[in-house]
Design a protein. Structure first.
Lengths: 229, 295
């Protein structure tokens, strides 16, 4: 049963997933991801795209009617759809942010030309910290978008849900940043911990992001399990 | 006594301040075909959607195969099939993919039967579902509903958009399934003649409430169309007690009477000639709908 649904969802995503993975691979090879903020922007953007694609499926009540009257529980249906969409998001985010740790593009181009490319040369812990930030934030953004968009019924609601999801996605790191700034001004942390992605302060965010995503997913699932189709 | 495949207990459903169902008590026994009749918006579809797990009741409860929270148990889902004329398929699937998908998720899926039905109903299996006509989609949905060997089949006006030939084909497939597997069926439709062919029992719903629940063989014994012919014009104040949809034209008074008794009618109109005729399900439906609308 599970396999049939995974194959169905995979088939719906495969075109988009292939495109995104190709874009990530090409970006890495050509050194497009030359700074952490570009990687973070790429990862969050594709998380929102995938989240809205996966969640948008729910808006077609006629198709839902067919699928939810098959031999599947609503819980399994919702979670399978979330997982199948999450996989390409995480792979693409991981691929794009890998250049923060392994400077593939500059190494590659130096084989052919005298390249001045010095992209993605963060220190080891800093690179890994940014990688965790991008991958975990994209997972959080994907989940929030998936949940919000899955509640929409028409195009206008979808548009509002997308705006809201961008705001909510940004809220977790922004809230952490705000808390950190308060902590620094209160003398709880040294100010450099706020600017170092591998500091204990940001490591606590890397733990919080999946927990927040799990809470959002649980709320979304509860609502979906009680929604009329 | 046969067990009940589906039963509702004081089921109600509201959308804001609008009630779609009120205190509905229905059941269908194992192997029985229950027809649901009612006007548009009477609550037939809502009832079936609640039983199919697509909508949730506002009050009361329902049981499938004796389980009051049936869809918490994944094993119950595979025993129920649902078919409505509004369902659609994922656009990435061809008709053949739809059948393979069902084969993969239903342990009792009858592939041979599904394929033979697809040939019989002339479904182009290689065509993607968005390219199928409405009638073709419906035929494909019919195959999905009847090939899973479900024990309870919920049909929400499935034949409404089919042409007469396809509708006749659908009814013959349903009859085959009833003979072969003996599932319970709840069949909501406007097409009364379809129910006359297959229903063991019919429930009339109006304004979300049950007006009448009657077995097909009881219809003739309980209801009669009564014609009273007076010597002069029908008196203004005349009405038979319990009369449904009464009409008076000149000397002739007509109505549908539940619990008809020749002596009781003759007592109410001495001197007039009284004749009683059998009624069709459609006449009872129209009478009940008229009564329901007048409530």
């Amino acid at each position: 049963m599970t396999g049939a649904f995974i194959r169905l969802f995979h088939r719906e995503y495969s075109g988009l997933a292939g495109l995104v993975l190709a874009a990530a691979a090409v970006g890495v090879l050509f050194g497009a991801f030359y700074s952490p903020d570009i990687v973070a922007f790429f990862a969050l953007s594709l998380a929102v795209i995938f989240g809205s694609t996966a969640g948008g499926f729910f808006r077609s009540s006629r198709r839902l009617e067919f699928l939810l009257t098959r031999n599947v529980t609503r819980r399994a249906f919702f979670l399978l759809r979330w997982v199948v969409g999450l996989v390409p998001v995480l792979i693409a985010a991981l691929l794009a942010s890998s250049c923060l740790v392994f400077p593939l593009s500059s190494d590659l181009w130096s084989f052919f030309v005298e390249s001045g490319l010095t992209a993605a040369t963060l220190s080891g812990p800093g690179g890994w910290g940014w990688l965790a930030f991008c991958v975990l934030s994209s997972g959080w953004a994907y989940t929030v978008t998936f949940v919000l968009v899955s509640r929409t019924r028409d195009e206008s609601e979808l548009f509002i849900a997308l705006l809201l999801s961008v705001a909510v996605c940004a809220s977790a790191p922004a809230a952490f940043w705000g808390l950190g700034a308060l902590g620094v001004s209160g003398g709880l942390f040294p100010s450099d911990s706020l600017y170092s992605p591998s500091s204990t302060f940001w490591i606590s965010y890397y733990i919080a992001a999946p927990l927040l995503a799990a809470v959002a997913l649980t709320v979304g699932l509860r609502l979906f399990e009680r929604t009329d189709v | 006594m046969a067990a009940k495949s589906a039963e509702t207990f004081h089921l109600s459903k509201s959308f804001g301040s609008v009630f779609a169902l009120r205190d509905l008590n229905l059941f269908v026994k194992q192997g029985e075909v229950l027809g649901l009749l009612g006007r548009n918006g009477a609550g037939k579809s809502v009832t079936l959607r609640i039983l199919a797990g697509l909508a949730f009741q506002s009050g009361g409860e329902f049981a499938l195969f004796g389980h009051t929270n049936p869809y918490a148990d994944p094993a119950i889902r595979q025993r129920v099939a649902f078919l409505s004329q509004t369902l659609d398929f994922p656009p990435s699937m061809s008709a053949s993919d739809v059948l393979s998908f069902n084969a993969a998720i239903y342990p009792l899926w009858d592939s041979q039967f599904a394929e033979s039905l697809a040939r019989r109903l002339e479904i182009p299996l290689d065509r993607h579902t968005p390219d199928l006509s409405l009638g073709m989609k419906l035929r494909l949905a019919i195959i999905c509903a009847v090939s899973a060997r479900a024990e309870l089949i919920l049909l929400d006006e499935p034949a409404g958009n089919l042409d007469p030939l396809a509708r006749a084909e659908f009814l013959s497939i349903l009859a085959e399934i009833l003979d072969r597997d003996g599932p319970s069926v709840i069949f909501a439709t406007h097409i009364v003649s379809d129910l006359e062919r297959v229903a063991d029992r019919t429930a009339f719903i109006a304004d979300g409430s049950l007006l009448l629940d009657i077995r097909s063989e009881e219809l003739g014994s309980r209801y009669r169309r009564v014609q009273v012919v007076f010597e002069s014009v029908v008196p203004d104040s005349f009405s038979l007690s319990g009369a449904m949809t009464p009409t008076a034209r000149g000397r002739v008074y007509e109505c549908i009477l539940p619990r008809y008794s020749a002596e009781a009618v003759s007592r109410e109109c001495p001197g007039a000639s009284v004749e009683a005729f059998p009624v069709s399900l459609e006449q009872v439906f129209v009478a009940c709908a008229g009564q329901g609308g007048a409530r």
